[in-house]
Ligand binder design. Structure first.
Ligand code: HEC
Ligand code: HEC
Length: 440
């Protein structure tokens, strides 16, 4: 199953990395069909919320610049774990091992932020279930944002991104944090110019996109990497697949209660229908977050947020858009009483309230949510053992300070076991300068 590349030996560590990532795609079901991400527009009316949006299959059209013959075969993407539907991959951003690897480098690179201290992984840390265990995020200069950092796990399936759905795709989303004054506080123009001074990035963009460093390529590579962050094969999935012993009695009871009361919004298989509802969380705050209304301008969307997907929810505390609830028990308790009263509270949550779920049912619900935790990949940040490996960053007058976390971003490793969903020790790639056999 080794990718047979004639330049395997000659291309030293880069080729090794690329080939190892190639293993990730070996388990793919082959076939010309790809799925695209353009699921139907999320509808705002509650009436339509019963029918969850499903990704529509479509035949992929490969972009000439990206589909070099050698890469085409791997473009179908990874095989999703048990219980997850086919991965929606936009026709104009096919997945290749090289693109995923580039996206991974960018994801961990703190040079994306203005002061060189924050990367995507700061707030979506693979070790924290690709989220962050603080109520709201802290970006550059210790600035606090107003919203809780959602997990990147299974974000590939969402029909919109952000709590208010203001970005449509992962590609649209990826450039947002860079220019957000609180998160990374940079401009894409400056980031692109900066990356273009780094020979390794130049070479990788050229190889993957056939261009120099571009904003579009940046977004596509990060999105392709994020599409490898999947979690399924949970006790629930094994139960549904026929293994009666995969869930205990409390979880089975919890599943029934959940199906009757919660699944209209938290719809399987991702446990979200990706629509927007008002659950009243934070509505009593002085400057309550307007939520979806910020995007649509409609008063009727005030305080509505996108239904969070609940896979691995037990691992992503704290909860809700404002991170205001620390424990899963308390988050379930709030939902089980139909949310917090406010003029715009969802009618559907009012019916949850009428069901009058008691303490025992709530306990079972918590147990059941625990059964939604599957294995997810824990990707180690790029590692670097030698300071001599650092290359000049090439920005005159830049205030960039090199911190260990920034150094790590220069070198990457990829353990194929991670892709299979097992937690594993990092594979350490040595920087080229100190690997004599690399041939560079
Ligand atoms: C300072 C912390 C911070 C940084 C840095 C950051 N994010 Fe986020 N991210 C957040 C927060 C907070 C949200 C939710 C914001 C909202 O909904 O308005 C979010 C939302 C997202 C989402 C949407 C997930 C969903 O379910 O809607 C994705 C995907 C994502 N970020 C990926 C990235 C990528 C890629 C980067 C790097 C380019 C990045 N983030 C950098 C904090 C951060
Ligand atoms: C009307 C749709 C709807 C129904 C029904 C519903 N939820 Fe939710 N749920 C939401 C929305 C919207 C949010 C996010 C609210 C926010 O952050 O302001 C949410 C958030 C959650 C969260 C927090 C997840 C996170 O990552 O922050 C949990 C846990 C949860 N719901 C469990 C349940 C349970 C259990 C039930 C059934 C008793 C239920 N929900 C019924 C819409 C719904």
């Amino acid at each position: 199953m080794q990718p047979s590349r004639s330049n395997w030996l000659a291309l030293c560590s880069i080729a090794v990395i690329v080939s190892v990532v190639g293993l990730l795609f070996c388990g793919c079901s082959p076939g010309p069909e790809k799925k695209k991400a353009s699921a139907p527009e999320a509808k705002q009316s509650e009436a339509s919320s019963q029918s969850p949006a499903k990704p529509e299959p479509s035949t992929a059209v490969a972009e000439p610049a990206e589909a070099k013959p050698a890469e085409k075969s791997a473009a179908a993407g990874p095989k999703p774990p048990l219980g997850l539907p086919p991965l929606p991959i936009p026709a104009d951003n096919p997945m290749t091992p090289e693109k995923v690897e580039l996206g991974k480098m960018l994801y961990f690179d703190t040079r994306m932020s203005k002061d060189g201290t924050v990367s995507c992984a700061t707030c979506h840390d693979p070790k924290m279930a690709w989220a962050e265990h603080t109520p709201t995020s802290t970006g550059i200069g210790h600035q606090k944002g107003a919203r809780n950092s959602p997990t990147v796990i299974n974000a590939a399936y969402a029909t919109s991104q952000f709590w208010d759905g203001r970005a449509k795709t992962l590609e649209d989303q990826a450039v947002g944090p860079v220019e957000n004054p609180i998160e990374m506080g940079h401009t894409m123009t400056a980031v692109v110019a900066q990356l273009a001074t780094i020979p390794d990035y130049q070479a990788r963009f050229k190889k993957v996109f056939g261009t120099g460093v571009t904003k579009e390529g940046f977004a596509k590579a990060i999105a392709a990497f994020e599409r490898t962050v999947l979690s399924g094969d949970s006790p629930y999935d094994r139960f549904v697949a026929g293994d009666q012993s995969a869930m205990n009695d409390a979880q089975k009871r919890g599943w029934e209660t959940f199906r009757d009361n919660c699944a209209t919004c938290h719809t399987q298989p991702l446990f979200s229908n990706y629509r927007f509802f008002n659950a009243g969380v934070g509505s009593d705050k002085p400057n309550a977050d307007e939520g979806r209304m910020k995007v649509t301008g409609k008063e009727s969307d005030r305080g509505k947020f996108r239904v969070p997907a609940l896979r691995n929810v037990a691992d992503t505390a704290p909860y809700f858009h404002d991170g205001s609830v620390a424990k899963l028990e308390d988050a379930v308790a709030l939902m089980a009483v139909g949310g917090k009263n406010n003029p715009n509270l969802s009618e559907m949550l009012k019916s949850v309230r009428e069901a009058n779920l008691g303490a025992k049912e709530q306990k079972d619900l918590v147990e059941f949510l625990g059964a939604l935790s599957g294995k997810y990949p824990v990707v180690e940040p790029p590692e670097c053992r030698s300071k001599s490996a650092l290359r000049p960053l090439g920005i005159a007058g830049s205030t960039f300070r090199v911190r260990p976390s920034a150094m790590r971003s220069l070198f990457i490793s990829f353990n194929p076991k991670e892709a299979a969903g097992t937690r594993s020790m990092p594979t350490m790639m040595l920087p080229r300068e100190v690997v004599p056999r690399s041939g560079v």
